[in-house]
Structure formats: C-alpha cells, structure tokens
Design a binder for this molecule. Structure first.
Ligand code: ATP
Length: 217
C-alpha cells in the first residue's frame, strides 16, 4: 500500500475497501457527487465517522454539494493499489477453499487467486475456475518469482502453523487466515483472522442478548 495509508488510523484504513466498492457503483451509474448522509446510509457507517475518515484524505465535502465521486474514487484507487493486480495464493482446496476459487474477486477488487496448493493427490494437477492446484511440496518453488505476497489459508487448523512457517519462508507478507488456529508470525508479517464459526456464534449471541431496538436504527 502507498505511504498515505501509513498515516491514517487503522480503523479508517479498514473502511477504505467498503467506501471504494460503493463509490465504484456510484461511478458506474453516472453519479458525480455524493453526500455523507447518502454514503452513511449505503455503507452503514455514521456520517460523522465518514466525514472524519474523508478529512484524512484531504477530501472535504462542501455543504450542499457533498463529495466529488471521481476525486474520491481516484484517491481510493491509488491508495488501495487498485492500479496494480494483487496476486494471491490459496492453501487448502476443501469446501471453503473451492468456493473461493470459484469466486470472482476481480469483480470488486483488483485481486486474483493465481494458484492453489493441497496435499490431496486427487486435487493436485487439476484446476478449479482456471486456478491450477499444485502440490504443497512445491510451495516455495512455485511462489518464488511469482510476485505473490498474499495467501489465503483454508486448511485444517492443526496444520495451519506449519504451513504458515513455509509461507513466511516463501516471502509471503500477508495471510488471510480462515482456520480457527491462532498463528505465530514474525512482526513483519500481517495476519487477518476470519473465523466464520466464531462470527456466526457471536451474531447469534448478540441477537439473543442485545436485541436490536427499532429506536436505535
Ligand atoms: P473446509 O474446511 O474448507 O470445509 P473440508 O472439510 O473439505 O474443508 P478440510 O479437512 O478442512 O476439508 O481440509 C481442507 C483442505 O485442506 C482439503 O482439501 C485438504 O486436502 C487440504 N489439506 C489438508 N492438510 C493439508 C496440508 N498439510 N497442506 C495443504 N492442504 C492440506
């Protein structure tokens, strides 16, 4: 990511892809400007937060005019490195991994799964959604010179750490971890953890114990 992102708060940085996706839709529908209230309604972030976030990018909305869609879009596009294709590797072609191989990430982001790895001989050598599946044994060799620095981990939890160690060796800098395992990595490596079962359980718990109040909406 570019320099600008290192200066903005992490919470703001996390919302950038959300803003970017919505602005892209606005742009394709021919809209030139957008108010923070409209943005707020669409991305479900309160408008004060949006105004504060946007002020970090030097985008100061004008009263009665709102924000210029083109300006914001080109800013986000640059900041999120959208001019450059980010190539990704996926490890573990099970149910979840297979779904990701079928999913078209390019629809909303300039990211693409270039190759996948597994240990199952029935899967190795085949392709899913045009993504070739290689043996995990060839991980380091295939990743070398591939330009891939991001990996998605959809393997069983008990092998997640050892695969992570190999990924680090292979110069991967970012890991999207879908396994329940907590990974140990050097400080220079960023891991984002998405445990779908925990997220679902948390939603059910919140529904039960903190029912949404119509007046809060
Ligand atoms: P999911 O968890 O995605 O629903 P699943 O239940 O189909 O998957 P899992 O047992 O979780 O299967 O394994 C996910 C995938 O990871 C399988 O394709 C399996 O062959 C692969 N796998 C298992 N061990 C390893 C390993 N050490 N390295 C790479 N891939 C592995």
């Amino acid at each position: 990511m570019t320099q600008e992102l290192t200066k903005i708060p992490q919470a703001t940085a996390k919302r950038l892809p959300l803003y970017y996706r919505f602005l892209k839709n606005l742009h394709s529908s021919g809209k030139q400007r957008v108010s923070s209230a409209e943005l707020s309604e669409a991305v479900k972030v309160d408008s004060a937060t949006i105004r504060r976030d946007f002020s970090y990018f030097g985008a100061l909305g004008k009263k009665g005019y709102g924000y210029n869609v083109n300006y914001l879009l080109s800013f986000f596009s640059k900041t999120l490195d959208q001019d450059e294709l980010t190539k990704v590797a996926l490890i573990g072609v099970g149910n979840l991994g297979t779904a990701f191989l079928h999913y078209n990430f390019l629809k909303n982001n300039n990211t693409k799964i270039e190759m996948a790895f597994d240990i199952d001989d029935e899967k190795i050598g085949s392709s899913i959604g045009e993504v070739p599946i290689y043996s995990l044994k060839n991980l380091e060799e295939k990743l070398a010179d591939s330009g891939i620095t991001v990996a998605i981990l959809t393997v069983p939890a008990q092998v997640a750490q050892s695969i992570t160690d190999h990924l680090v060796q292979a110069n991967v800098k970012g890991i999207l971890n879908f396994t329940p395992a907590r990974l140990n990595v050097p400080n220079s490596i960023r891991v984002h953890h998405i445990d779908l079962a925990v997220e679902l359980q948390s939603l059910v718990y919140f529904l039960k114990h903190y029912p949404m109040d119509e007046t809060d909406l």
